[in-house]
Design a protein around this ligand. Structure first.
Ligand code: SF4
Ligand code: SF4
Length: 184
């Protein structure tokens, strides 16, 4: 498969797209490319899930390190945030808002979760920074998640491409470099 790029060459650090408006447009334009990536991973059953996860981690980690979340905060501004009782126990001592005013249990129950923040953008987001950063929910710590099981979770991950610069740039880079995986 030929190596392709939205910029005519393989993306490197200086090419990462972080403008949120542009990410939204490009993610839509490249949706077919992400489907090709998914198809290629499904098709090559000789490549194990572990090989795929290791390859994805080796590409995703430097991209996540290179993109400054404090200049973005789009996940905190736009996504539903689910949390566990342990999450709430961890941050409740450092917040002065009654938890019942910010946590919705009813709609969380419908998706087998304990709670969900009622307010979006997140009530703890101030000037693109998390005011409870040391105590934030586990889901916030992990986002965005690529592995384990990248092959089987790619369709869900792709849903995040229009809102998250890390996801968009990782998926574009994986698509551009998919041929590396089959040379191993
Ligand atoms: S995880 Fe993604 S959406 Fe959230 S702040 Fe970082 S780059 Fe932005
Ligand atoms: S708790 Fe912090 S990291 Fe989580 S969504 Fe709110 S502002 Fe973002």
């Amino acid at each position: 498969m030929a190596t392709v790029s939205l910029l005519g060459r393989v993306l490197n650090k200086s090419d990462y797209v972080t403008d949120l408006k542009k990410i939204k447009e490009l993610a839509q334009q490249h949706r077919d490319d992400f489907e090709v990536l998914s198809y290629m991973l499904d098709f090559h059953t000789d490549v194990t899930d572990k090989q795929i996860d290791d390859w994805v981690d080796s590409i995703a980690e430097p991209i996540a390190d290179a993109i400054d979340c404090t200049q973005c905060a789009n996940c905190c501004s736009t996504l539903d945030v689910y949390l566990t009782q342990d999450d709430a126990k961890r941050f409740s001592p450092v917040v002065d808002i009654p938890l019942e005013t910010i946590i919705d249990h009813e709609s969380a129950k419908k998706v087998d979760e304990w709670g969900k923040f009622k307010i979006s953008p997140c009530v703890f987001l101030k000037d693109k920074m998390c005011t409870i950063y040391e105590h934030r929910p586990d889901g916030c710590r992990r986002y965005p998640v690529f592995t384990p099981d990248f092959r089987w979770t790619l369709d869900d991950i792709t849903e995040g491409a229009p809102i998250c610069p890390i996801i968009f740039n990782v998926l574009m880079t994986l698509y551009q470099r998919i041929d590396e995986l089959y040379k191993k």
